[in-house]
Design a protein around this ligand. Structure first.
Ligand code: COA
Length: 377
């Protein structure tokens, strides 16, 4: 018997979660009940990761302990760094990141431990080392030596330090920290669902995160922030923006960084990032990219808001990352760097009451057919 098809699984509820709450009509996002704006203003990536993993805020000593555990695990296996030296230099970093995270399993003798304690152990390692891996990938692609992590810096500051071999200013570190908090989780998005689908077979955590990274890579998901920067380059000048967007819509092409499967109003994360992009612009002068972005936002809202299409998180993140010296090709890896906490928290939450994911399709092929020899076809 056929059933109504819910395209893209929209509206299908397959589990319960205490982690992210999203009201797409009103543009609300909360982690464990706390509005994202409050977390962006007050929390750190470390604290937000604890919040997601434990469904509650840590007290002071719990946070110190969690932070210390992450700091002590920052060094990636030497064998992995050696392997990464063999990666082609012109490889897109998301291919490299996916391969590196997959390879991490080979350096963990306990890779298949999927007990609660085992999953937490992998979580700490992955949160801590993803940062080291991404920074090393960047430096190796630039023919530079990877920079060893420092345990005396925050997660955000240490990443920027390993990227540029220079300790960032407190303002830069805080800006990056806020971007990490904003990207740490987002409910049942495609990559989280992909990670859960893999984990639901009781496969190992490295396989689950490798699957999630593959899903995040697509331009309709995590790859959109890079596509926004490409679009700004194609537009070139502010005065071209209106005609460029008009022509794109005429050709029925999507404008990158706008529209969302859930939000039919402003994505609250884009509003926070817009505020910080404005602070950066006020401090360093408005870049041409920033001016074009503002114009594109104006045109998109005028032309597409009736359809519920507004800027999403990827719209402003690129200009913020550019200001921090993060190259465009590394925007999506940086997204993964933040989302690892949400992925792990969702996987751990789901697999506590695990049920292997196995949806169904309405079969529309022939009722009956028979094999015939090739010469008679
Ligand atoms: C994110 C996204 C895939 C969500 O899509 P969705 O909810 O499935 O919406 P649909 O693709 O079904 O589009 C619904 C309508 O809005 C239009 N639309 C959606 N996103 C659009 C965009 N970015 N630019 C122009 N039109 C868009 C569609 O053309 C469609 O119009 P129609 O009804 O006249 O055919 C989509 O908005 C998109 O591709 N955005 C650009 C990529 C991006 O920024 N992704 C990052 C998400 S955080």
């Amino acid at each position: 018997m056929t059933q109504p098809v819910l395209e893209g699984l929209r509206g299908v509820v397959f589990t319960e979660s205490k982690l992210a709450f999203i009201d797409g009509e009103k543009g609300i996002l909360k982690y464990v009940g706390i509005p994202i704006q409050e977390l962006a203003e007050n929390s750190s990536f470390e604290e937000t990761s604890f919040l997601l993993l434990n469904a509650r805020l840590p007290n002071k000593s719990e946070l110190e302990e969690f932070d210390a555990a992450l700091r002590s695990r920052r060094v990636a296996p030497a064998g992995l760094i050696e392997l990464m030296r063999m990666f082609p230099k012109d490889l897109h970093p998301m291919h490299a990141l996916r391969t590196a995270v997959s390879s991490l399993a080979m350096f963990d003798a306990d890779a298949d431990n999927t007990t609660e304690a085992g999953k937490l152990e992998k979580t700490y390692n992955l949160i801590a080392q993803m940062s080291t891996i991404i920074a090393a990938l960047y430096r190796l692609q630039q023919n530079l030596e990877p920079v060893a992590p420092r345990a005396d810096l925050t997660h955000a500051a240490n990443f920027l330090y390993m990227l540029h071999n220079e300790v960032p200013s407190p303002e830069q570190a805080r800006l990056f920290d806020i971007a990490l908090v904003l990207h740490a989780d987002h409910g049942m998005n495609a990559s989280t669902f992909t990670g859960i689908a893999t984990a639901s077979t009781l496969s190992d955590m490295y396989s689950s995160i490798t699957s999630a990274i593959g899903s995040l890579k697509g331009p309709l998901h995590g790859g959109a922030n890079e596509a926004v920067m490409d679009m700004l380059e194609d537009i070139g000048e502010v005065e071209n923006a209106e005609a460029f967007i008009g022509a794109k819509l005429e050709r029925k092409e999507k404008v990158m960084g706008v529209g969302h499967a859930v939000y039919k109003f402003f994505d609250p994360r884009s509003r926070v990032l817009k505020e910080y992009a404005a602070v950066v612009a006020a401090k360093h002068g408005e870049s041409k990219q920033y001016q074009i972005l503002n114009k594109v936002e104006e045109v998109v809202i005028a032309r597409l808001s009736a359809k519920g299409i507004y800027p999403n998180v990827d719209f402003y993140s690129g200009v913020v990352y550019s200001d921090l010296g993060i190259p465009k090709a590394f925007f999506t890896p940086v997204f993964a760097l933040a989302r690892i906490s949400g992925w792990m928290a969702s996987i751990i939450e789901y697999t506590r009451k695990n049920s292997i994911l196995r949806p169904t399709v309405n079969y529309i092929g022939p009722d009956e057919a028979h094999w015939i020899p090739p010469e008679q076809r």
